[in-house]
Design a protein. Structure first.
Length: 249
């Protein structure tokens, strides 16, 4: 039986992730995901089946489906894994840094570095993740845990900087989600970047980060407050409502 007809035995598990919290189950889940990532790099996403992943991981096909409802849900697992790896790496690099622009640049550069080995098949992932109705979209309710981890990192980018005490409280509350959206723009550019070592993406980060930092820094001055309020209202009314805020029960 191929993947098109294999029953998704974990279909009752939201996002393929509601699993017993035991060491063994977490190790098995991690093994399946690690194996899948390796096969995606070696064979390509489209040519890698759940059966092949299970065989390489040394588990039954049914067990693979227990942890991931379908091959597509490995995207969510990848997203979770990448988010935590990125957060840990960025925190380490930002230690002792106070300049906001420097901290923001470090956080964005860190993501590009952490994702580098997966760039070869990123566009295949993007086809599914870009569907606005898909639970696998980074904007979906189901992606809330990973997104919350990323937003929390940008809280730390701001709160650990010398800019944090100078900002209006309302803008400071909104800013981490806006910085996450900035990361999503970087990710989109990175997916389609075909330059060696995604050097265009790296240059985009290098040039856009100081610009973003200057705009945010200017927003604290009274003369710009009306513009800031208008921008804040626009973002809250039209952008943030499109982002899932909580995981579905």
């Amino acid at each position: 039986m191929d993947d098109a007809t294999e029953p998704a035995r974990a279909s009752e598990l939201p996002g393929g992730r509601a699993l017993p919290k035991t060491d063994k189950s977490e190790q098995t889940r991690a093994l399946i995901l690690e194996t899948a990532m390796r096969l995606f790099k070696e064979r390509g996403y489209d040519k890698t089946t759940m059966r092949a992943i299970a065989a390489e991981a040394g588990v039954s096909v049914g067990n693979a489906y227990y942890y991931f409802a379908s091959k597509e849900f490995l995207i969510q697992g990848f997203y979770d894994q990448m988010t935590h790896a990125h957060a840990a790496d960025a925190r380490s690099r930002m230690a002792g840094k106070k300049d906001f622009a420097e901290r923001l640049g470090i956080a964005l550069d860190s993501w590009v570095d952490c994702a580098a080995e997966y760039h070869g098949f990123a566009s295949q992932f993007f086809r599914t993740a870009a569907d606005p109705t898909s639970s696998l979209s980074p904007f979906s309710n189901e992606s809330h845990p990973a997104r919350a981890t990323a937003v929390e990192l940008f809280h730390e980018v701001l709160n650990g900087s010398d800019l944090a005490p100078k900002l209006d409280a309302e803008l400071a509350d909104l800013l981490p989600e806006l910085l996450w959206l900035h990361l999503m723009v970087v990710v989109l550019y990175w997916v389609f970047d075909r330059t060696p070592d995604t050097e265009r993406t790296r240059e985009f980060v290098t040039r856009s980060t100081p610009m973003a930092a200057r705009v945010i820094n200017l927003s604290r001055y009274r003369v710009f407050r009306p513009i800031v309020r208008d921008a804040k209202s626009l973002i809250q009314d039209f952008i943030l409502p499109t982002i899932g805020r909580t995981a579905k029960p």
